[in-house]
Design a protein around this ligand. Structure first.
Ligand code: ZN
Ligand code: ZN
Ligand code: ZN
Length: 377
């Protein structure tokens, strides 16, 4: 019976974890945590550093907290299509308090815009704030751009948009610079130095142009694979074979049965009375290493599997140089704006929103789910 009681208390404690209660003492101090247990004359307050008992006689008052998730739930339940602002406020709440998830925030913002296009600036900014708080700068920039387009007289939206746009441009410039430098190293046949940069540049703007300038490569991946196949293996320094670690390059071990002698002797009073050949090592005094038994003492390099690199290419120097020039052009800004600024917006306009989030008609929230307004009891 006692066991069951403890179980109930633990369950209660888990349920209360989301709440932040504030306990004010008569002496002026206060503690924030969760009241996890209450008896006739004391409570137990669970805080991040541990659980403390507090006498009720010392307590002035307790303010029961509500967790942001609970608050959001209440906000969602109160939404009605006649109040577009409510959806924006819920989306802003998610971004400000870090609750909800991306699809919820996008749905809230998009419902608001579809109900009242005038909410577009705030709603898109809420999407931007949400993704910015999650470190998704590309999606944040996109949303801020949409917000600014909706409400271009709003200086705070313009600042947010510019801040993120500049970051995107900087990121892309760094990618372009790395690709350009790595290409030059490739042309100079410094492949080991070029490879890390080339590998990191697969998604650089303009990387797919390789097939235009160096038609020998169907795409960037093919170019990368070709370069990789010509770089000597680092693990074995191009030797293709490594010393066997199991036997330290010996190819065999001393036979432990005969102690390396190849035979076994039986002695009596210091006299050898019998000598038998060792069957374990077949008289050899050593047994072969199983790791390297086909190539005693050495094993194929596991990284390159013993395959030697292809000979250094006679690169399509003209093609690669032209490719590099095209990348450099992008560095100085002679490229379409959408390539510089990141993902292109599907549509721009004062009512930009994603219909996919509203076309199912699930505009209101009930019992933890999005439902059609007529389904809400
Ligand atoms: Zn070995
Ligand atoms: Zn032996
Ligand atoms: Zn190797």
């Amino acid at each position: 019976m006692k066991r069951m009681f403890i179980g109930v208390v633990l369950l209660l404690a888990a349920a209360l974890v989301a709440r932040a209660d504030k306990v004010y003492l008569k002496d002026g101090r206060s503690f924030e945590g969760k009241v996890v247990e209450e008896t006739e004359d004391a409570i137990k307050l669970k805080m991040s550093k541990g659980t403390i008992p507090i006498k009720k006689a010392d307590i002035d008052r307790i303010e029961q907290g509500t967790s942001p998730a609970e608050e959001l739930e209440t906000m969602l339940e109160a939404l009605t299509p006649s109040n577009a602002q409510g959806y924006v406020e819920a989306a802003e709440f998610c971004a400000a308090r870090g609750v909800g998830d991306g699809p919820t925030v996008e749905r809230l913002a998009n419902i608001a815009i579809s109900l009242d296009p005038a909410t577009c600036g705030r709603a898109q900014a809420a999407i931007g704030d949400w993704y910015s708080s999650k470190g998704n700068r590309a999606r944040a920039a996109e949303a801020y751009q949409a917000a600014f387009t909706c409400d271009w007289k709003n200086p705070s939206l313009r600042d947010k948009y510019l801040k993120y746009r500049d970051t995107l441009v900087d990121q892309k410039k760094a990618q372009l610079r790395r690709l350009s430098e790595s290409l030059q190293l490739t042309i100079d046949n410094r492949l080991a130095d070029a490879l890390p940069g080339l590998q990191a540049s697969a998604n650089a703007p303009g990387a797919s142009l390789i097939s235009t300038y160096a038609p020998g490569y169907a795409n960037y991946a093919a170019f990368l694979a070709d370069v990789r196949s010509r770089v000597p293996c680092k693990s074995c320094a191009g030797k293709l074979w490594l010393k066997c670690f199991a036997c330290d390059g010996e190819g065999s071990f001393k036979c432990t049965v005969c102690d390396g002698k190849g035979f076994k002797e039986t002695k009596k009073n210091g006299q050898v009375v019998d000598r038998k050949d060792c069957g374990t090592c077949n008289k050899r005094g050593k047994v072969s290493c199983q790791k390297c038994k086909d190539t005693p003492g050495r094993v194929k390099c596991p990284t390159c599997k013993g395959v030697s690199p292809k000979p250094l290419a006679v690169w399509d120097k003209r093609g690669l140089t032209a490719f590099r020039a095209a990348i450099d052009e992008r560095l100085v800004g002679a490229v379409p704006a959408d390539e510089q600024l990141g993902p292109k917006l599907a549509r721009l306009g004062s009512t930009t929103y994603d219909e996919a989030f509203t076309e199912d008609g699930k505009l209101v929230y009930a019992d933890g789910k999005w439902v059609k307004p007529e389904e809400k009891k």
